[in-house]
Design a binder for this molecule. Structure first.
Ligand SMILES: Nc1ncnc2c1ncn2[C@@H]1O[C@H](COP(=O)(O)OP(=O)(O)OP(=O)(O)O)[C@@H](O)[C@H]1O
Ligand SMILES: [Mg+2]
Length: 414
């Protein structure tokens, strides 16, 4: 696509990797709309150019463009920077001052490192996104502004939400359209293109011939993990350009500039770690469900016994009837509860009956899949500890006795 090449040239974006092209394409498509955009990607992947592309291709291109690094502004002053303040609103506020949102009226604001914003500021942002309204610090006058918001983050915002550090509603409002900027390690040959571009740029800047890589060094470049992404590649190219006298760079020379070079694309491992963290989160959840379910079963059995032996009297209304039907329905040992059959309340209209049946089915289905999970978890734990029940029970967070019972109950073979 010719347009794509033009954009790349205009904004100095290097690379042909599909993921990069797609990100640029989305930026151009979304530009003329007023949708907010969230740009994500690891640190140093080149996120900063995207809001500029969006602004330049939008109807706001003649309006102001303001980039704010939310992570660099102290928490105490961020509201005043973003929304302005009135004279005397805090110590040192000798004058009133417009905030970025007021200055950027009819233009675009780029909120970089948006996950760093304090929660109280997030509330104010949400208001602007929803109604365009804001209030200067120390004022009570509601003002309006017409600003398009683009945000970026190099951390996973959903994690920040889980930790209670980022408002979910704000995330969904900002993330109307996500753009993910790929890391160079996913980009294959783009690394070589980027290296060539940077070496030519630095050669010009330092007025010396550009550095080149021999073929072994090229392979190293392609195989390195680039934890610092394009920024790291750029820095290293600059260092080598300045320090090395020999312009053709050999593998050994290059390796010396790459921290922890071991010929492995480390982030693959990092990604595995993430997966591990995720799956251990999932395992914790399963454990909780697992324990809850066995508590629930114990309670059900207890209630069932009490009812059957006439130890407690359950008054019969519609709700109780459903609960009791479920209770018995899910208890494999008893299919019909005599008390229920005798009760006139059990004789519901057929419509009520149908909903009861549906409820029961849902519950049974759910508990079945939980049982599967239980079996899976128990097998996993036993495998991990080569059949040692004590260790497996410990890992599962249940007693050895419960584990023993479950192994028998499910007929798990080892
Ligand atoms: N595709 C690219 N072509 C040319 N230069 C690039 C490319 N991607 C990144 N760069 C350069 O890499 C450096 C880092 O990019 P940028 O500052 O946009 O990273 P970032 O994604 O904002 O990182 P952080 O999350 O740490 O702020 C910049 O100097 C940028 O010009
Ligand atoms: Mg940045």
């Amino acid at each position: 696509m010719k347009d794509l090449q033009n954009i790349k040239q205009r904004f100095g974006i290097i690379g042909n990797y599909e993921g990069l092209n797609r990100a640029i394409d989305i930026a151009v498509q979304v530009a003329p709309t007023d949708l907010s955009v969230l740009i994500t990607g690891e640190s140093g992947t080149g996120k900063e150019v995207f809001p500029q592309v969006i602004h330049s291709y939008s109807a706001r291109k003649h309006g102001p463009y303001i980039a704010v690094n939310c992570g660099a502004i102290p928490e105490g002053t961020i509201d005043s920077e973003l929304f302005g303040h009135e004279k005397g609103s805090f110590t040192g506020a000798t004058d009133s001052r417009k905030g970025y949102f007021e200055v950027a009226d009819s233009g675009t604001i780029f909120l970089d490192e948006v996950a760093e914003l304090p929660l109280s500021t997030q509330v104010r942002l949400l208001r602007i996104l929803e109604s365009g309204e804001f209030i200067r610090v120390g004022s009570s006058k509601v003002q309006k502004t017409n600003v398009r918001m683009i945000a970026a983050s190099n951390v996973d915002v959903t994690r920040a939400i889980d930790k209670g550090k980022f408002r979910e509603d704000l995330y969904y409002r900002l993330n109307t359209l996500p753009i993910k900027v790929p890391s160079p390690r996913e980009r294959g040959d783009d690394i070589l293109l980027l290296f060539r571009k940077f070496s030519v740029d630095f050669a010009e800047r330092y007025r010396m011939p550009a550095i080149r890589l021999d073929s072994e060094a090229k392979n190293i470049l392609l195989n390195y993990s680039w934890p610092g992404n394009v920024r790291q590649l750029k820095n290293i190219t600059e260092q080598i350009s300045i320090i090395e006298n020999e312009r053709e760079i050999k593998a050994d020379v290059l390796k010396a500039y790459l921290p922890d070079y071991d010929g492995v694309k480390l982030p693959a491992i990092i990604r595995k770690d993430e997966e591990k963290a995720f799956s251990s989160e999932r395992e914790i959840l399963y454990k909780i469900l697992f324990d809850m379910k066995s508590d629930m079963n114990d309670l059900k059995k207890l209630v069932y016994d009490l009812i059957q032996h006439g130890e407690i009297d359950v008054p019969f209304d519609k709700t109780n009837s459903t609960v009791i039907k479920n209770l018995f329905g899910d208890t494999k040992t008893a299919r019909v509860a005599p008390n229920v059959a005798e009760t006139p309340a059990a004789d519901f209209s057929s419509r009520q009956e149908r909903t009861d049946i549906q409820d029961t089915e849902e519950i049974i289905e759910e508990s079945l899949s939980l049982a599967d999970k239980e079996v899976e978890m128990i097998k996993k734990a036993l495998e991990k500890y080569s059949g040692k029940r004590k260790m497996a029970a410990h890992e599962l967070g249940i007693s050895e006795r419960t584990l023993y019972r479950k192994i028998k109950e499910y007929g798990i073979e080892m």
